[in-house]
Design a protein around this ligand. Sequence first.
Ligand code: HEM
Ligand code: HEM
Length: 225
Amino acid sequence: MYAIVTGPLAWLAFLIFFIGIAVRAVLYIRGLDWKLDRVTYSVNTLFGVKGALRSIVFWIIPFGSRSWRAKPFFTILVFLFHLGLLITPVFLLGHNLLLKERWGFNLWAISENTADLLTILVMISAAFLALRRIALPEVRILTTAYDYLLLLIAVAPFITGFLAHRQTADYQFWLMLHIISGEVWLIAIPFTKLSHMVLFFLTRAQIGMDFGIKRGGMKGKGLAW
Ligand code: HEM
Ligand code: HEM
């Protein structure tokens, strides 16, 4: 069983993840209405690219955008959550040992204490993100069971990985549950709202491009509206 979940099933999960996010990106770009703004975009490509990069950069810096500054507590939570969510699985020693053993390569690894700290941060911030959805009426009204399910899928490999790593009661059980929840995590990304992992960059680029061109680019060309 261990050989299957860390072998063919892991391959399948990674394939679905990488192909899935590539397909989501291509579908998004093909779905844009390029004809609508053909003239604007072709005349002002440089302003567009600058606007796109600007928008992405300000949104991936904590408090970089006005929306982030408006909700400081939420901003800290979302950034701590994502910091652990993205760094831990990639640079975890345990994962890199497996990578080396199975696929013959590995990345740089963070210390076990750092991994534990990031894992705990993910679990605590996920708990607060869930509480926020319950406690704030303006968020509660927009929340469905699907949002809690996504939070659960996102945090499950951290809970199970943490428990397996502690080597408490039933190591085999938690490790198996960990690997399966990790594979669910990878597969869920292209098919659910978790696809914002790629769509975030594309939507911000698109909005930034529009602002860059229409607010800045057309000025001086007598075309501003
Ligand atoms: C695809 C299959 C995966 C496999 C085969 C795998 C395997 C492992 C192994 C062997 C460990 C070490 C357990 C120990 O120390 O004894 C571990 C720990 C861990 N894994 Fe995974 N994992 C997978 C996916 C994921 C994913 C997708 C995530 C996160 C999104 C993740 C997050 C973690 C965390 C947070 C820990 C424990 C960190 C700590 O030390 O506190 N894993 N994993
Ligand atoms: C580089 C990649 C990513 C970026 C830039 C990103 C960005 C964001 C942003 C901006 C939000 C807040 C949206 C709001 O205002 O409500 C958010 C929420 C969220 N993200 Fe990500 N994300 C990334 C990757 C991921 C990944 C890999 C996962 C999990 C698999 C994930 C899980 C979540 C969840 C569960 C929420 C909702 C939190 C809540 O319940 O309020 N994100 N993300």
